[in-house]
Design a protein around this ligand. Structure first.
Ligand code: 13P
Ligand code: SF4
Length: 323
């Protein structure tokens, strides 16, 4: 085999918690779950032990829907803070615990309220579409939210000829490819997805010409051009299901954690990551011991000033209403 030959992702090479510690922690988490009447919602990017304890694992839209519909009193959210905030915006009566409040998506910090207000001044007839990867206060000054799963439908649902799209310039440019409307997009980006280079995809395609390339729309335009299909993390899960009889190998252009989810669902398939650096450092701040601590201590929890929450809810609910 060529020295640069790429192998399918193998999680067994990652440092693993000691077996006994792991099973003790998992047992205690299960106990606390029933004591607190809690549900554990885990994003597709969580490390394997955290996906394993999730009652539900999914993309940001699927998790927001679960958070809204659950009858649990407590939501333990394993992801980044904008996701926990969306759960709290939708369900203020539920306690939303997160193992690490410093797990903040850097892209969500790339647009602040004054910038949004400036864009609104610049384009007064354009509604503001806020990617869910935003702070609650940015959602509060926006007209409607979207995720990567529904960005195209959300923009299409608006009657306006132009829209302001914040903060992700890559997702904004992807939407622009699919609409006649003018998109005024901001300049945020995902540092993790921007580490995926088209050269890495091409190298994998040269090695495995029979592989199907599925990528997330937070990737750069040249990576999107090299893909067979583009979708949210949940969308990629559905695409593999749909394409599994046609392909044996898949190149996955998104954060490494999704590959564990795909391997669980399709143990007979091979999944390749374009490079080892497609790992989101903030998602990886979540660890099993912190999950246990936050459930034992019922802290830290997500809190949002009520005035901000109520305004942000309008934008989130408008998104949820678009089918
Ligand atoms: P999804 O909504 O596709 O899960 O994406 C969330 C995210 O943070 C992507 O980087
Ligand atoms: Fe944010 Fe990118 Fe990490 Fe997603 S992968 S949480 S967009 S930094």
């Amino acid at each position: 085999m060529h020295e640069h030959s790429r192998r399918p992702v193998d999680f067994s090479a990652d440092p693993q918690p000691e077996r006994e510690t792991l099973s003790k922690a998992v047992k205690r988490i299960q106990q606390l779950k029933s004591e607190l009447n809690a549900i554990i919602l885990a994003h597709n990017y969580m490390v394997p032990p955290l996906q394993d304890i999730g009652d539900f694992v999914g993309d940001s839209l699927e998790l927001a829907r679960k958070a809204a519909e659950t009858t649990a009193d407590v939501i333990v959210f394993l992801g980044v803070t904008f996701m926990g905030e969306t759960a709290k915006i939708l369900s203020p009566q539920k306690q939303v615990l997160m193992p690490r409040l410093e797990a903040r998506c850097p892209m969500a910090e790339m647009v602040r309220v004054p910038q949004v207000l400036k864009l609104k001044d610049q384009y007064p007839s354009a509604p503001v579409v806020a990617y869910v990867n935003t702070l609650a206060e940015v959602k509060a000054v926006s007209d409607i939210c979207c995720t990567s799963a529904n960005a195209l439908q959300i923009v299409a649902s608006l009657p306006d000829d132009e829209v302001i799209f914040v903060p992700d310039r890559s997702l904004g440019a992807y939407v622009q490819r699919h609409t006649e409307k003018t998109i005024h997009f901001a300049h945020g980006y995902c540092p993790t997805h921007h580490r995926i280079r088209v050269e890495d995809i091409m190298e994998l395609k040269a090695q495995y010409p029979d592989a199907c390339v599925l990528v997330h729309p937070e990737c750069t335009g040249d990576v999107l051009d090299a893909a067979d299909r583009i979708g949210s993390t949940g969308g990629i899960v559905r695409m593999v299901e749909e394409l599994k009889d046609k392909y044996q190998r898949f190149v996955i252009g998104t954060e490494k954690g999704l590959i564990y989810r795909l391997q669980q669902l399709h143990p007979d398939k091979e999944f390749y990551l374009p490079s080892d650096v497609v790992v989101c450092p903030t998602m990886k701040k979540n660890r099993l011991e912190y999950v246990l601590d936050c459930m034992e201590n019922r802290a830290p929890e997500i809190e949002i000033p009520e005035g901000v929450r109520v305004k942000a809810l309008e934008a989130v609910e408008k998104m949820m209403a678009v089918k």
